[in-house]
Ligand binder design. Structure first.
Ligand code: TRP
Length: 340
């Protein structure tokens, strides 16, 4: 069996970083027909681990994320889209896995470490936040996932999941592989693993305000492309320019399929004589060609939110059934299936 599980926290609309880092690949995998089951999770419970005080934000972004999914071409007939918090089995699994992980191991998780610093949690880490890698292991194993397509920032989560799987199987498996050890699937294009934001300083992120959203209207995208960081030493058009750290060229690498054209522009830019305005215009065209169909499809669904919620409800029921079979397997292995 080949099974995919992946997902996103509903803390905002999805952006181009999500698209090249994961969504684009997901749709390809979905349409490849190579997978027996595909689960796409809206991780609202995980979002609450650092948004405990603002549940309204999480609630309102459930629909946003679902619309973005449908917009990019995820198809509920092929991919089961569901809401994490509505599946209590995931939290039962989390509780049992907690016994297999030390606090110091959680504190050493590089993604958790970086987020603790970013959110100023140092002196008061919410316990739920510290434990979210364990809950993520529950998300993945509850579906017997073999394949987890995510961005590079999720690599430490996958590593921790694999450790939990091995520990569980060693402790309770009696020689059997009760839980499935998943593989990470990273984007093949290097720039797509960590797409920088418009300012070029860090990866695209809502908190940093350096995003282009999949649902941004065309004029907004045009404005944002204009503000993109290029090469501050490239003052006159005739000056030789640098492409390293130049966000416009990074985005061309991530989004433009005509590599020959991009290479030619790179050479011209480095030689001097190619202006930023021209390159930005080219990039805008590339982005619009990609975003337009996404935007159109998203709009269709936007007009019928009740239908989208019904789709999520059906997906959640199906996902719950699967998670329940894995949980009963786990309880049996742990010898806590008293009434079975
Ligand atoms: N941590 C992921 C993110 O921040 C969301 C997520 C939760 C996830 N559970 C998962 C991703 C399981 C892959 C598999 O985007």
């Amino acid at each position: 069996m080949k099974i995919i599980l992946t997902g996103d926290r509903p803390t905002g609309k999805l952006h181009l970083g999500h698209y090249v880092g994961s969504l684009r690949e997901r749709v390809k995998l979905q349409d490849s027909g190579e997978f027996d089951e595909i689960y796409i999770m809206i991780a609202d419970a995980q979002a609450l681990t650092d948004h405990a005080g603002t549940p309204a934000t999480v609630r309102e972004n459930i629909l946003n994320v679902a619309l973005d999914y449908l917009g990019v071409g995820l198809d509920p007939k092929k991919s089961t889209i569901f809401i994490q918090s509505q599946i209590p089995e995931l939290f039962e699994l989390t509780a049992y896995y907690m016994n297999l992980v030390t606090v110091s191991r959680l504190e050493r998780n590089p993604t958790v470490k970086a987020e603790i610093a970013q959110k100023n949690f140092e002196t008061s880490i919410p316990a739920g936040f510290l434990c979210y890698p364990i809950s993520q292991a529950a998300d993945i194993t509850a579906f017997d996932a073999t394949t987890v397509p995510v961005g590079e920032d999720q690599a430490p989560m996958l590593e921790q999941t694999r450790e939990i799987v091995r520990k569980f199987n060693d402790t309770y498996g009696n020689g059997q592989e009760v839980l499935v050890e998943p593989d990470i699937l990273l984007p093949s294009n290097n720039v797509c693993k960590r797409l920088p934001g418009l300012d070029g300083k860090a990866k695209m992120s809502k908190t940093l305000g350096n995003c282009i959203y999949l649902s941004d209207p065309a004029d907004e995208v045009a404005k944002k492309v204009q503000t993109m960081y290029t090469d501050p030493t490239h003052i006159k058009v005739t000056d030789p320019g640098h492409i390293e750290g130049n966000v416009v060229f990074t985005y061309l690498d991530a989004f433009c399929t005509d590599t020959a054209a991009v290479n030619e522009m790179k050479e011209h830019y480095q030689r001097g004589g190619l202006g930023d305005v021209k390159v930005k215009k080219y990039l805008l065209n590339v982005l619009e060609e990609m975003l337009n169909p996404i935007r159109e499809r998203r709009k269709q669904y936007e007009s019928d939110p009740a239908e989208v919620m019904a789709m999520l409800k059906a997906g959640t029921a199906k996902a719950k059934e699967k998670a329940a079979t894995v949980l009963s397997k786990v309880k049996q292995a742990m010898k806590i299936d008293y009434f079975a």
